[in-house]
Design a protein around this ligand. Sequence first.
Ligand code: PGA
Length: 248
Amino acid sequence: MANRKYIVGNWKMNGLREQLSDVADIASIAENHKDVDVAICPPVTLIALATETVPGFAIGAQDCHFASNGAHTGCLSAAMIREAGATMTILGHSERRADQHEIDADVKAKAEAVHAAGLGAIICVGETEEERDAGQAIDVVCGQLEGSFPDDADAGWLTIAYEPVWAIGTGRVPEASDVEEMHAAIRSKLSALMGDGADAVRILYGGSMNGGNASELLAVPNVDGGLVGGASLTGEKFGPIIEAAAAA
Ligand code: PGA
């Protein structure tokens, strides 16, 4: 049986209070498509405000620290983002792997901390253009998945997002056949890592997904949804992706 589609907006470092109306617009579109799971991950500063604006709508964070507390200036623990109202968080996004030098072991520790706090997690993996050109894309992605994989993985809280680094924010999208090949490889790696429960773990595609290409991407086998950056900032742009998921 196909997994329920999951469409997640990653707002990155975008959004002030005035954008709460966009969260409200998106939540009302989601309300009309209850067969799709929809969430928005705004900047941390908007998490509590967003949950007050749209009670019951899923709001997530974009990162959290693996420690439960302590001397980590500028960081937030899983309990803190949960208290703010987040129900899940993105982890190991390629921008954090590049800018904050996060490594697989960090992502694994963060995922375990997030689960211990009762939150869901979306672990991101993806190859660079050089790695794809060198024919290493599947090895790189499966290696990241294995290194980042939490010991207590379960589809109830864990989601994987395949985001080719070269497709993020560039308007470039892989061929559907390449997405299919990669998602199948991730699925079989999940089976090797966790056995029977692997089929229920949702694998999202991310990287320049928009209203124009969502239907084709969401129809690819093993694509259980999307992690969307630029096209998630308004209801006008994000709505067509939610609708494409509902029709998939
Ligand atoms: P994009 O970002 O949709 O703007 O390419 C996706 C992501 O980085 O999660």
